[in-house]
Design a protein around this ligand. Structure first.
Ligand code: UD1
Length: 419
């Protein structure tokens, strides 16, 4: 489906919406259900294409998966196949999350290598190195990673780079390893903490999740649980920036401010007001001309790379010039030439872009190339004067829960044209 949006921009967003569950937590939690031979129930599941893709991956493995209004019921009692096919993995790299659980449950796995990505190179070498250290034999043939593990043994594993996916995969595999596995330089992202918390509720013995060193004791027998996915801090950040670029006032409910202080502080630094009350966050950008502020993307708790593209939109319409440096995916700039079509002014040098604040954007047709670039283009067109078309919104549908409905609720004029 090549749906597109027609957006009539130049209207400040105003009102209240509720945040959805986090995509990047839901996907590994779904994979974790494979570690048991019972029925896992996940609540607060966002309505996303990536969730449906992961459901298909689990079904190939033999799981019975039901999706009903934000609840996923995953019955893994009949899983008997340890393969994740190219047709699904190439659509969504996070399918690779089944590797760890398959190794833990069957001692065997055959998972397609993900291949290329619009964000630039995204290798899986750290995942494979970690599984080898646990005692797996690995060979790559015909585009597939084949893994056999006679026995898994806990050990010390140093991650050269902090990787969300490799940390999650290893945590899941290590639950089946004998002895203690120590992950050094583990990813500290909140979604990793959510995974560790769910695994512990299932009977795992994991300590230190959220810090640079995680310890897993095994082997353990895991039981299925009912679990509620944490709110999506990236979706929340995207809506805050949408409010900021349209100079509106928006309240987000069920928003975990404590998971996004870096982003909230950065927005505050520009002169835009942020107010935090219990589980809600309000941004008020009315009558403010935000000041340009530099940003460097970093692993959590740094500024998230997943908000880099929306942030460039914000800075393009701010007062003054700023520099944005991308340290996680140095080539993640496919939104830049599209934003130039709306009137943005950029100079790119290595992994940085120099952003010149402009007075206004004017509507144009733009094309999405990945989930967050798509979000950036949508919020840019909301700020642009006149009518815009946003093409290839299937990228947006992968990662945002009915974004156009939420934006409409805030007063945006955005229409989906089905093709
Ligand atoms: C996750 C998120 C994605 C986010 C990214 C970085 C999910 C489903 N996706 O992706 O939205 O943009 O974290 O916050 O949670 N690397 C290697 N070798 C590896 C693995 C990673 O060199 O084997 C590098 C990557 O190229 C990148 C860095 O490590 O430079 C971080 O990537 P990683 O944290 O693994 O990202 P993902 O888990 O794929």
């Amino acid at each position: 489906m090549m749906d597109h949006f027609v957006v009539e921009g130049g209207r400040p967003l105003s009102g209240t919406i509720t945040c959805s569950g986090a995509k990047n937590a839901a996907l590994p939690l779904m994979a974790a259900s494979l570690l048991t031979d019972g029925v896992t129930v996940l609540n607060n599941i966002p309505d996303l294409q990536d969730v449906r893709t992961m459901a298909m991956v689990l079904r190939v493995i033999g799981a019975d998966v039901r999706i009903e209004e934000g609840t996923l019921t995953i019955d893994c009692s009949h899983c008997n196949f340890w393969e994740a096919p190219y047709e699904l993995v190439r659509k969504m790299r996070a399918s690779f999350y089944v590797l760890g659980p398959l190794i833990a449950r069957f001692g065997e796995a055959k998972v397609s290598l993900p291949g290329g990505c619009a964000l630039g190179p995204r290798p899986v070498d750290l995942h494979l190195k970690a599984m080898k250290r646990l005692g797996c034999d690995i060979y790559i043939e015909s585009g597939y990673v084949n893994v056999k593990a006679k026995s898994l043994k806990g050990t010390r594993i140093n991650m050269d780079v902090s990787s969300v996916g490799a940390t999650g995969n290893l945590m899941m595999a290590a639950c089946a390893a004998t002895g203690t596995t120590v992950i050094n330089n583990s990813a500290c992202e909140p979604e990793i903490i959510d995974l560790a918390n769910m695994l512990n509720a299932m009977g795992a013995d994991i300590n230190g999740a959220g810090s640079k060193q995680v310890e897993i004791n095994g082997p353990v027998d895991l039981k299925p649980v009912k679990w509620k996915v944490i709110p999506d801090r990236i979706e929340a950040g995207t809506f805050l920036l949408a409010a900021a670029v349209t100079r509106g006032k928006v309240t987000l409910k069920e928003c975990r401010a404590d998971l996004m202080y870096t982003v909230l502080d950065k927005i505050n630094e520009t002169g835009v007001n942020i107010q935090i009350d219990n589980d809600s966050v309000t941004i008020d950008a009315r009558d403010v001309k935000p000041c340009a502020t530099d940003v460097i993307t970093e692993a959590y708790p740094g500024f998230p790379t997943d908000l880099q593209a929306p942030w460039t939109v914000f800075m393009s319409l701010a007062k003054g010039d700023s520099i944005l440096t991308e340290t996680i995916y140095p080539e993640r700039f496919t939104h830049v030439p599209e934003l130039i079509r709306l009137g943005a002014q950029f100079r790119k040098k290595l992994n940085s872009i120099y952003i010149e604040g402009v007075e206004r954007f004017t509507g144009a047709s733009v094309m999405c190339s990945d989930i967050r670039a798509a979000a950036a283009l949508v919020i840019a067109t909301l700020a642009a004067e006149g009518t815009s078309k946003v093409l290839r919104v299937y990228h947006l549908d992968r990662g945002y829960d009915r974004m156009e409905d939420k934006l409409s609720k805030l007063g945006a004029k955005i229409r989906r044209i089905r093709e």
